[in-house]
Write a protein that binds this ligand. Structure first.
Ligand code: UDP
Length: 485
């Protein structure tokens, strides 16, 4: 058996099972790498669709060469090959896997041939019931990993009590500014419009709220819960969650913890650290890095709405005019599938790729690197949780334009609780875009830079020796090793 640790350590073998979407696969691959660095044997389970894309765009071969105790397994998500698997069809994907994947997953768990038996399944909490059932039937401990923010997890968890206390349902558009009063730890912080999008009956509802609340409650039956967050960011909500989930590990920001752990491994041994790997499902276009090298410090706003959000042609044009009229420089990611096919046909060509006088357009960027670039001074984001954490670590103030899922509540926390930027939710108007870009990059720059610098320092402290996420990760490894083979 090859490996970096002793025989006993290498026998701890976990199965990691993410939901097949960029944001989920991204942070679960980061967790996988962290476990591999701690001499845990990992099998990573992808749908065929995601695995094909990782093979094309995400250094899978060199990753396998760097980590001899890493394995991949694949299963079918049951959807037709040409299903877009993004935006509205995500809900369909969740339902399909939930209904059909059990026999395939059980077979994979039973046939981990040539490797130690699984000591633990780390399953995406989106499939809470399914993962619990596999664990129960095969006698394997289950840990849930929720890839959303703690505040979103907690809002989903509290949904049944909001219904009971008549705070829900939200009664139409005129009700959206009502303050939500009965989520413990969030009293008078969020309005109905800031609740995760599934709470709105009318709003990009890919799956029923009741289903998501049910899956969230399934985490009570898991052995432990992992969240990709840190104490300084979500401490008050984490205290609430800990009351019900005593075995809670907060390991975030995972991408920063991975960087820190790799660096400390190099410092403490002669071994060369493994390189950084892209976890991307799209082809990365690096032209924006060369373009950024030629721009003055903090002069550029980076615009990206993640891997799933879609927009109408009108919305795209409003953001374009807002950016151009702001007279600020920008890098903008416009994914080929971001605007619906018919609407996207007649987009002006400068809006799809290439550079203009002040802007650089790409189909997919090396986002973490872009955010860390000295030329970048602002981030217009959909407030996906990975993107939010990447913005926090890079210390870049944000304009939030949430699309769905946890993004609505993340953007509220970014603007009103952490004071790291501005929330543009539920509007898309060129004048507002222009004003917000100018406020972020010029008028209120100092104010936002001060709070983003402080939060970035908190994030970095949490992942260095003695920090909360660093210590929680050590405890998690101890826990996994205690489960044995
Ligand atoms: N991302 C990237 N390049 C891009 C856009 C996004 O590498 O051009 C990455 C980004 O760094 C993040 C992930 O894709 O890690 C998106 O995850 P997030 O949770 O922010 O949003 P989602 O795509 O799940 O909505």
């Amino acid at each position: 058996m090859t490996g970096r640790g002793d025989q006993c350590e290498i026998e701890t073998h976990v199965l990691i099972f993410p939901f097949a979407a960029q944001g989920h696969v991204n942070c679960m691959l980061q967790l996988a790498e962290l476990l591999l660095l701690s001499n845990i044997h990992v099998t990573f389970l992808n749908t065929d669709h995601v695995h094909r894309r990782l093979l094309r765009f995400a250094d899978i071969k060199s990753r396998l060469a760097a980590y001899p105790t890493l394995h991949f397994e694949t299963f079918s998500d049951g959807l037709p090959a040409d299903d877009p698997r993004c935006g509205d069809s995500m809900g369909q994907q969740i339902k399909q896997v939930d209904l059909t994947a059990l026999p395939q997953l059980k077979k994979i768990c039973m046939e981990a041939s040539g490797k130690p038996r699984f000591s633990c399944i780390i399953g995406d909490g989106i499939f809470g019931r399914l993962t619990n059932q596999i664990g129960q039937e095969l006698g394997i401990p289950v840990v849930h990993f929720r890839t959303i923010s703690a505040c979103c997890f907690w809002a989903f968890f509290c949904a049944p009590s909001l219904l009971e206390s008549n705070e829900l349902p939200i009664r139409g558009e005129e009700d959206l500014d009502r303050m939500v009063t009965s989520i413990p730890g969030m009293e008078n912080l969020v309005r109905c419009r800031d609740l995760p999008s599934l709470f709105r009956r009318s709003h990009k509802r890919t799956i029923p709220l009741e289903h998501v609340a049910f899956e969230t409650h399934q985490s009570l039956r898991a052995q432990a819960l992992i969240l990709n967050t840190f104490e300084d960011l979500e401490g008050p909500i984490l205290s609430q969650i800990r009351n019900l989930f005593p075995k809670l590990y907060t390991l975030g920001p995972l991408h920063a913890l991975l960087t820190a752990r790799k660096a400390s491994k190099t410092a403490s041994s002669e071994e060369k650290p493994p390189p950084s790997f892209a976890n991307s499902l799209w082809e990365i276009d690096r032209t924006c890095m060369t373009w950024l090298d030629a721009q003055p410090p903090k002069s550029v706003i980076y615009v990206s709405f993640g891997s799933n959000s879609t927009m109408s042609r009108d919305e795209l044009m409003e953001i374009w005019y807002g950016l151009v009229n702001s007279k600020k420089r920008f890098v903008w990611v416009v994914r080929p599938d971001m605007v619906a096919e018919q609407e996207g046909k007649d987009l002006p060509s400068e809006l799809v790729q290439g550079t203009t006088e002040r802007g650089c357009m790409v189909g997919w960027a090396p986002q973490q690197e872009v955010l860390e670039h000295v030329a970048v001074g602002g981030f217009m984001t959909h407030s996906g949780w990975n993107s939010t954490l990447e913005g926090v670590v890079a210390g870049v103030p944000m304009i939030c334009w949430p699309y769905f899922g946890d993004q609505q509540i993340n953007s509220r926390y970014v603007s009103e609780v952490w004071k790291l930027g501005l929330d543009m939710k539920d509007t898309c108007d060129r004048k507002i875009v222009e004003k917000m870009v100018n406020d972020l990059m010029v008028e209120r720059r100092e104010e936002f830079q001060k709070s983003t610098d402080a939060m970035a320092a908190g994030a970095k402290a949490s992942v260095t020796d003695g920090g909360s996420s660093y210590s929680d990760f050590d405890s998690f490894i101890e826990y996994l090793k205690s489960l044995g083979a």
